[in-house]
Design a protein around this ligand. Structure first.
Ligand SMILES: Nc1ncnc2c1ncn2[C@@H]1O[C@H](COP(=O)(O)OP(=O)(O)O)[C@@H](O)[C@H]1O
Ligand SMILES: [Mg+2]
Length: 297
């Protein structure tokens, strides 16, 4: 692979907090170090190859949104400037620069705050059967990928193993209380409204997305990654049309390629050819450029 890609980190002198599908998170006590690798997952399976610059795009995009949204809600972001990192991390400078951030170590709420502005994915499947999404009744006659008549907050509980479980507002209230539930549902909808209006002006439809919140010093703050292609469905506005599925902004080349293979979508995943990798990198850079108005430095 080209130099500077990163598939995996293995910082033996640091305490591993969690290895996700894409990010490696280290525990620094009251802070966490989040490293976005260049891993890519498709159909929920991590591929063996790296997508150059993907980690940088994801990390930088989260930084952008944290800053964009900070007046709406406080967040866990501390810094992405390696010069401000603790001394013990400086030896990893070449790996960490541009693809990592230091955040407050919070107590995460056990809820995935999903917001849907458009009818897609599992929502579309359920609508076809039940005329509802996560139990919320909707008008008849909506087409696939249609803009929903109102934006939906459809939380799920976080499952450590297996798939997250959709739950209704009442069940969330039992878990975390009425007040906090109201707070995170309003925050999720407010964030979606502000960010999706902005993105639309820049040619990107944010069809749906997922937020996480946590407690820090008794306050509820926004944590995890925010409005990245890994946590959201981004569609190119210029190709948007109701009545069919939409091309995904970032992974379409990968999905289309994998669909041509005789692969059953369970691990191990096949490798990708160089041209698919290169095109996918270009897609990530395009998302970043469109949303922020800047080239990735
Ligand atoms: N500031 C924070 N404090 C504590 N936990 C956090 C914070 N930000 C994110 N997390 C947690 O870190 C984990 C990151 O894992 P992730 O990379 O998302 O794995 P996966 O691919 O399984 O979703 C999540 O469980 C998330 O809740
Ligand atoms: Mg996650």
């Amino acid at each position: 692979m080209t130099k500077n890609t990163l598939l995996n980190t293995d910082f033996k002198d640091l305490k591993l907090f969690r290895k996700g599908k894409v990010r490696d998170v280290y525990d620094l006590g009251d802070k966490l170090l989040i490293v976005s690798t260049d891993r890519i997952s498709c159909f929920d399976v991590v591929l063996p190859c790296a997508i150059p610059q993907k980690g940088e795009v994801l990390s930088s995009l989260s930084c952008f949104w944290f800053s964009f949204l900070k007046d709406l809600i406080p967040n866990h972001f501390i810094t992405a400037d390696i010069n401000e990192y603790p001394q013990e991390l400086k030896k990893y400078k070449s790996v960490l620069t541009g693809r990592s951030m230091l955040v407050l170590n919070c107590k995460p709420l056990p809820v995935e705050c999903i917001v849907r502005g458009y009818l897609s994915g599992s929502g579309w499947k359920e609508y076809q059967k039940e005329q509802a999404v996560c139990g919320i009744k909707l008008p008849a006659g909506l087409k696939e990928s249609a803009k929903l008549p109102l934006t939906l907050f459809t939380p799920s509980t976080k499952a450590d193993v297996g798939h997250d479980q959709n739950v209704n507002q009442g069940e969330i209230e039992k878990l975390i209380g009425k007040e906090i539930t109201a707070k995170i549902s309003k925050a999720s909808l407010d964030i979606y409204e502000k960010a999706s209006a902005y993105a639309l002006k820049r040619g990107i439809v944010i069809a749906d997305t997922k937020f996480e919140f946590g407690f820090s010093n008794g306050k509820v703050i926004l944590i995890d990654e925010v409005l990245t292609p890994d946590s959201s469905r981004f569609w190119p506005l210029d190709q948007y049309n109701e009545g069919r599925s939409q091309p995904s902004f970032d992974k379409q080349f990968v999905r289309d390629y994998l669909e041509t293979l005789d692969w059953n979508k369970t691990p191990p995943a096949p490798d990708l050819p160089a041209d698919i990798i290169a095109k996918t990198t270009q897609k990530y850079l395009e998302v970043y450029r469109k949303l922020t108005g800047n080239e990735l430095k």
